[in-house]
Write a protein that binds this ligand. Structure first.
Ligand code: GLU
Length: 301
């Protein structure tokens, strides 16, 4: 259900992957989320993006909640140390497989997604050919061979248990000169109006395990959890056209995107660079705790 909030009230979320490492960038992002929500009388929730079980670290939720709490940031709903609270759960992506699959089914039924049976070897061959022909890498246009399988061929492969992923059948033009590509214009709350080439890649939305990729999970979650503002790092800007296409195909209104800048420092060579986990101990939130920095000072910083 809609949250029934007054006009202008914002719903934000922090959506970390439970890798066990929580850093200054997470605090920065969480702070923006928290202020946007609470200054408008809205809601700030925690969602755990644990679709990549290889990266899962035991106790990661405790670390996230504990570190942010130390710096005065609290969630109103979502994943927590005691379990989950709120009406818009589950707040762990790993517990929402059926919801994602139902949404993928809708796209397949409408002809906007299809099962792709390409094997790892075939994908490497395609990549090598694309490199040799100086073509963009990825599955699109003539490379998207599973697009043309008949219903009977698909049924046969499914019966034989051939593994498959589900890909988006992108409606973006392929094999046209750059100036003929479709474009999209999105109004980012931080960056203003951005015009980018529309997506034309048949990206994977559901992996062979039946678990969605970030792209699809984010769209489904932020729609059903009624997020109004998505604050995330600029590394996601390049996949924005995919997300906009997915929202459109599902028939949903996208949230307001707020792409933040990377935290940078002046490095040893005197040039600006991204803070690095390996080189900069001050990227880890633990650092400030251990060294006894006064939490409100870190917030202000
Ligand atoms: N799980 C993603 C990350 O940790 C979240 C990005 C987002 O906020 O949508 O980078």
């Amino acid at each position: 259900p809609h949250r029934g909030l007054k006009e202008g009230v914002k719903v934000t979320r922090l959506a970390p992957s439970p890798t066990g490492f929580i850093h200054l960038g997470n605090l920065y992002s969480a702070f923006v989320d928290e202020r946007l929500a609470h200054q408008s009388g809205g809601i700030f929730f925690l969602r755990i993006e644990d679709t990549d079980d290889k990266r899962f670290v035991e106790g990661a939720v405790e670390t996230i909640v504990g570190s942010l709490d130390y710096f005065g940031i609290e969630f109103d709903e979502g994943a927590s140390v005691e379990g989950e609270s709120g009406e818009y759960g589950p707040y762990h992506q790993s517990r929402m497989a059926e919801l994602y699959q139902a949404c993928v089914k809708q796209l397949v039924q409408q002809g906007h997604a299809y099962p792709c049976f390409l094997t790892e070897e075939e994908l490497s061959e395609i990549r090598a050919k694309q490199e040799a022909e100086k073509q963009n890498p990825g599955i699109y246009g003539r490379w998207a061979v599973s697009r043309s399988l008949s219903y009977e061929e698909i049924e046969e492969k499914l019966k034989q248990g051939v593994p498959y992923v589900v890909r988006l059948k992108s409606s973006g033009k392929t094999d046209v000169p750059a100036e003929e590509m479709d474009t999209i214009t999105v109004s980012d709350a931080i960056r203003g109006e951005i015009t980018m080439p529309a997506n034309n890649m048949d990206i994977v939305i559901l992996k062979a395990t039946g678990i969605p990729t970030y792209h699809f999970a984010h769209v489904v979650d932020d729609h059903y959890m009624r997020t109004t503002h998505v604050v995330r790092g600029e590394e996601w800007l390049s996949s924005l056209p995919v997300h906009i296409e997915l929202f459109g195909l599902m028939g949903w209104q996208p949230p307001v995107y707020c792409h933040t800048a990377h935290l940078m420092k002046i490095g040893e060579e005197g040039t600006k660079r991204k803070l690095s986990k390996r080189k900069d101990p001050e990227l880890s939130l633990d650092y400030y705790r251990r060294d006894g920095y006064y939490p409100p000072a870190v917030r202000e910083y």
